[in-house]
Design a protein around this ligand. Structure first.
Ligand code: PGA
Length: 240
């Protein structure tokens, strides 16, 4: 894992943006693995700017997202499909038919199977973007998740529900389950970019680097991948 520490989220996101723009310009039909949450918001803003400046086109780019809340449809303003449309896809020249987010509505197990079949048919992502939970989760793979897992239905931990309640009016509105790409599928990408910002991620970043590979700390699975860039701000690196 290659560590990059920056003073600010803006500078850190700039590096991530440069990696994405280079990959797209080298292979305009590339497959990008994308993530939601607060962490990638600045990066997505920079990618929109790069598109508007003519630095990059997403015309032939294909995307897969990591996860979706069970029970939230695309029109729900906290669904991850809604997040992706409003934070990125609505502002660039991507064909939305080439963008994929797991379905939150419908039979959860069926949706997970369908997403796995889709991932299989799309092949290896060129880049997979990741955030990290304060408890070390990647996508919604909570501590204890098998490293052999493909897309599955996850019971969110109390900690994750609490962390994500900041986006909802009431903590009771936070869905209790999510459909999430598994760790095995995440590790299939050619290159992984993990972003982590702020003090609340410092312990998870430290554990990811310092603990041996263990299913109790999902992000340690990344040590089994040959090409991982960890891009953090000073606060997230403060315990290293
Ligand atoms: P955040 O979430 O980007 O909103 O901090 C990241 C995660 O929990 O994986």
């Amino acid at each position: 894992m290659e560590l990059h520490v920056f003073d600010t989220i803006q500078e850190a996101s700039q590096l991530a943006k440069d990696v994405f723009v280079k990959a797209i310009n080298e292979n305009p039909g590339c497959l990008l693995g994308l993530a939601t949450g607060s962490t990638p918001e600045v990066l997505y803003g920079l990618l929109i700017e790069a598109y508007k400046n003519g630095e990059v086109s997403f015309k032939d780019v294909r995307t897969v997202n990591l996860d979706e809340y069970v029970g939230l449809g695309p029109e729900h303003n906290q669904s991850y499909r809604y997040f992706m449309n409003s934070n990125l896809f609505d502002h660039i020249d991507i064909d939305k038919n080439n963008t994929n987010v797991p379905d939150g509505i419908g039979g959860p197990e069926q949706n997970a199977k369908k997403y796995d079949a889709l991932l299989e048919s799309l092949g290896q992502p060129d880049i997979q973007l990741l955030g990290i939970g304060g408890n070390g989760h990647i996508a919604f793979n909570e501590p204890g998740s098998s490293f052999d897992s493909t897309t599955s239905i996850i019971d969110l931990t109390e900690e994750t529900i609490k962390a994500n309640s900041r986006f909802f009016e009431n903590i009771d509105d936070v869905p209790k389950k999510a459909v999430s790409m598994g760790i095995k599928s995440i590790l299939k990408a050619k290159k992984i970019l993990l972003l982590a910002f702020g003090e609340s991620k410092a312990q998870a970043v430290k554990d990811m680097f310092e603990l041996p590979v263990t299913e109790n700390m999902p992000a340690t699975a990344l040590k089994n991948h040959p090409d991982v860039m960890v891009i953090v701000d000073k606060a997230a690196a403060s315990l290293l």
